[in-house]
Design a binder for this molecule. Structure first.
Ligand code: 1GP
Length: 230
């Protein structure tokens, strides 16, 4: 299944441990894909280990690149974040330029999926790591969404609240102005009810942390999302 059709995604952090039985349940949950990515402590060994384990199952798997040293072949897609509300050009495009300088001749551009991130939770690791300007008004979120779709023509605009449940009004504001760019929502989903609420707005719902906190509740979000048609 192409990523444009994904409604529900589980994000696994290579730096966090997950037991074999839990991983099996995640991969066989009916979710549309596994996205492997994290902010801290992501190493080549950890990524490779998790990729091999996930590959036992019949599920698309994408790497969300967090640093150039942990990129390995063998994924179905490579998601490349550009943090549109970062105040440092490093996170918008400089690291990307570095990677292209090194690997540009061998890159399979068809496997690369650029994501325009808009991080709205000031307290999450990603916001701190990228010096994101997170206190955006509704109009500013709309402007970022338009920048993603009409200026950079990115296939994905990712509203990221990692760790806290976001404001559905902000997510809706972004959705209202997007036509071709897919809206990903991630952050703080801990129940089927929240998954349903965000699935009524965003194209793709990402569930991460709660897998490690309460697996059964996290698994319930799959059905909840798939029950909603946009
Ligand atoms: C994190 O958007 C994802 O990058 C999911 O957020 O971990 O809070 O579910 P949570």
């Amino acid at each position: 299944m192409m990523y444009q059709a994904w409604r529900h995604v589980f994000k696994l952090d290579p730096a966090k441990e997950i037991a074999e039985d839990a991983l099996k349940q995640v991969c066989e949950s009916g979710t549309d894909a596994i996205l492997i990515g994290g902010t801290d402590g992501v190493t080549l060994e950890l990524v490779l280990d998790l990729l091999i384990r996930v590959r036992q199952y019949k599920i698309p798997v994408a790497l969300e690149i967090s640093n150039i040293d942990s990129v390995i072949p063998g994924f179905d897609f490579y998601f490349i974040p550009s943090v549109l509300n970062s105040t440092k050009t490093a996170w918008v495009k400089d690291l990307h330029i570095e990677a292209i300088k090194e690997f540009g001749d061998y890159m399979d551009w068809n496997e690369l999926v650029p994501e325009g991130y808009c991080i709205l939770n000031a307290d999450c690791k990603a916001a701190r790591a990228t010096d994101a300007q997170t206190s955006l008004s509704r109009d500013e979120v709309i402007a970022h969404a338009r920048l993603a779709e009409h200026f950079f023509r990115l296939p994905i605009f990712y509203v990221e609240y990692s760790g806290v449940y976001g404001d559905p009004n902000m997510v809706q504001a972004a959705k209202n102005v997007l036509t071709n760019t897919r809206l990903f929502y991630g952050g703080g989903i801990t129940s089927a009810k929240q998954a349903t609420e965000m699935a009524m707005i965003a194209d793709t719902i990402v569930v991460g942390n709660h897998l490690y906190d309460n697996l059964n509740e996290a698994l319930e979000t799959v059905k909840a999302v798939h029950a909603v048609t946009l």
